[in-house]
Every structure is written in C-alpha cells, then in structure tokens.
Design a protein around this ligand. Sequence first.
Ligand code: GRF
Length: 215
Amino acid sequence: MADCNVVVLISGSGSNLQALIDSIAHDGNPARIAAVISNRADAYGLERAKQAGIATRVLDHKQFDGRDAFDAALIETIDGFDPQLVVLAGFMRILTGGFVRHYEGRLLNIHPSLLPKYKGLHTHQRALEAGDREHGCSVHFVTEELDGGPLVVQAVVPVESDDTPESLAQRVHGQEHHIYPLAMRWFAEGRLRLGQTGAQLDGKDLPATGHLIRT
Ligand code: GRF
C-alpha cells in the first residue's frame, strides 16, 4: 500500500502526537508523519517530533497581521510537505474558512467531549456540572463550523461519582490516544473518507456518532 503523508499541527504537550508516532511503528501502517508544525516555539510536542526524527516547523501566529495572513503562511508550510492528511492534535487556533476549505476531506481534529456536546473549552468541567453519567472524546472531519464536522469515531468514558475535572480528563486523554491513531490509520489505508452525507468507512456511511467505542 502506498504511504500516506501526514502533517500534524500542535500547540502544546503533544501526547496525541506521541500516540500517533507510536502507532506508526506497527506493522503495515501506511501513515508517515512528514512534519509537525506548531504555532508555539515552546510546545513540548516539538521535542517529541525531533526525538522521532520528524521535521518540525514553528509558525508564530503573533508574527502575522491577522488570521488570513497566518493561515496563508500555514497552508504554504503544510503544502511544502505534500500531505494527503492534515491532523490537528491540540492546535489551539481557530482556522479560517479558506484554510478549512483548502483541506476539505483531509483534515481531522480530536476533541475532548462526546460531540455535539460541549464544543469549545472546559469540556470535562462542563460534563461534571451537567451531571452526565458518560463523557468521552471524538475524532471528526473539520468543516467551517467549530468542532462541528462529521464524526469519525467516539470513545465513551463512564463518569465516576468522585471524578474531578482532572481525573476525568486523564481517562478521556487515555482514550484519545487510542481513537486518533485508529482514525489516522483508517484514512491512510483508504478506508475512511468524507462523503456527500458524512464520514464513510469501507464505503458505508458511519452513524451520526461515528464509530462508537465503549470502555
Ligand atoms: C486534547 O485534549 C485534545 O482533545 C484537544 O487538545 C488536547 C491536546 O492534548 N484538542 P495533547 O497536546 O495531545 O496532549
């Protein structure tokens, strides 16, 4: 199977990036991480990439005159690596419509909630405040609606009565490290695509939740 070039965008610790890197060591995974790009020079994920021998770039959004200029430079940097797939792994910037359209059908994001619940920030605290019995994480194709694109896979994590935002975040993070490599591999193998009506796996429409994993 032909390799699938992947570019990963990060802003921070990069534990999801590490899970993606580790998953590629597995037999027959056609994904190849061509580059890791961060908008912050101090993102620890850059170290993880260097240790794995992956090219890194830093593009500091504060050096640009507005979102359009930053996203145009970002596109130029990403496309220099000729990716079939672009993966957002804790990239804390809102992307312009032009950027999202440029990568339509080949841009994935991971979000720490069971979308469409809790778009945006502080998802673990919001799930606890609402008294939810279940929480989790989602991988989705990115569209112009923030955290709103077609779902690929979700992992459901039961909420315990003594959970704090931190303890819940830790268990959800553990599941993120499982579902993101899975989605990347499906895409790299040509099994996952964005169809007219949503995400498709092996030529069949996925349910609105995406592929659902219960832990
Ligand atoms: C994760 O919780 C992810 O869901 C969100 O940003 C966080 C990134 O964590 N989009 P890390 O940098 O991968 O550790």
